[in-house]
Design a protein around this ligand. Structure first.
Ligand SMILES: Cc1cc2nc3c(=O)[nH]c(=O)nc-3n(C[C@H](O)[C@H](O)[C@H](O)COP(=O)(O)O)c2cc1C
Length: 283
């Protein structure tokens, strides 16, 4: 492992390191208007939600790393106290990328990108017609995180209206397969958050038994991975009393059984995995 101290890097290299390691990041396509009413649209991946009562989001149109100047989005949001944040889908990726170009002040990136401006309900900035999930926001607070090039200028906004495409709802949630959002990684890489990229992980129910409660033979396995052991550790209880009490005797073909346990976990069949653990321990 290499250790790097921020003081050893210039702001551009620090940004590259952060963007590579902190990812994939959600992307806010931020729509604002200037005091004169000229639209602006730009993507920001230093973005997230930070509270739900009231609903709060924040993103950071930072000082440019090159010369420390301030971005149009920041100037507009602070001047008007309003912005719209649109989620970015895979279908919008290339047009979003056009909107990220450093056009001069006064250029409307809706026009440049071809994305569709639509009137919002409660704020002046436009909604983005192509986005299935959008938030109208009122500026809650600005937080200045430094003064030099590349320093953070965070805008925290209270969501005053959500807009969602109801076709993206499934099972009571905005379903990732229907939304097909993209996230930002390091360099010019993006992640498409749908299809084979999705992983469903059962939430811990109650108080899981934890890694420390797993039989030592499993923890010493050369086959079972951290994910396999983590899934077993996330059980509410060791289901078969035989397993709990089993002495770790001759495990016969331990690696074969470990592979079978792994296979059962991969299929999401926790009960079968524990049954095999019992065999693994008492063979
Ligand atoms: C996917 C993506 C994410 C970006 N995230 C940020 C960010 O979090 N903060 C930032 O200052 N610039 C970010 N940028 C760069 C801005 O979009 C770019 O500087 C833009 O020209 C700013 O426009 P404006 O001056 O009209 O506000 C990002 C660019 C892309 C393509």
């Amino acid at each position: 492992m290499k250790t790097v101290l921020p003081g050893d890097l210039d702001p551009i290299a620090t940004n590259a390191l952060l963007c590579g390691g902190v990812g994939p990041r959600p992307i806010a396509l931020a729509s604002t208007v200037s005091r004169e009413g000229i639209r602006n649209l730009a993507p920001f991946s230093f973005f997230n939600a930070f509270g739900s009562n009231p609903p709060m989001v924040a993103f950071a149109p930072n000082r440019r790393g090159r010369d420390g100047t301030v971005k149009h989005t920041y100037l507009n949001a602070v001047a008007t106290g309003e912005f719209v944040i649109a989620a970015v889908t895979h279908a919008m990726l290339q047009q979003m990328n056009v909107a990220s170009a450093e056009f001069p002040a006064g250029v409307d990136e809706f026009v440049k990108s071809g994305l569709t401006p639509l009137p919002a309900r409660l704020v002046a900035p436009a909604l983005v017609g192509e986005s299935p999930f959008q938030m109208e926001c009122q500026l809650h607070r600005e937080v200045e995180l430094g003064t030099g090039p590349g320093s953070g200028l965070m805008l925290i906004g209270e969501v005053v209206a959500f807009h969602l495409d109801e076709r993206c709802l499934e099972g009571g949630i905005l379903h990732p397969d229907r939304l097909d959002l993209v996230g930002r990684n390091g360099g010019a890489f993006y992640t498409r958050a749908s299809g084979a990229a999705l992983v469903e992980v059962a939430k811990p129910v109650g108080r899981p038994i934890g890694y420390d409660a797993l039989p030592g033979a499993l923890k010493a396995s050369r086959i079972l991975t951290g994910n396999d052991l983590g899934r077993l550790a996330n059980s509410e209880a060791i289901p078969d009393p035989q397993v709990a009490e089993a002495r770790e005797g001759d495990p016969g073909d331990p690696e074969g059984l470990d592979r079978a346990i792994q296979g059962a976990l991969g299929r999401g069949d926790l009960a079968e995995a524990w049954r095999l653990v019992g065999r693994r321990l008492v063979l």
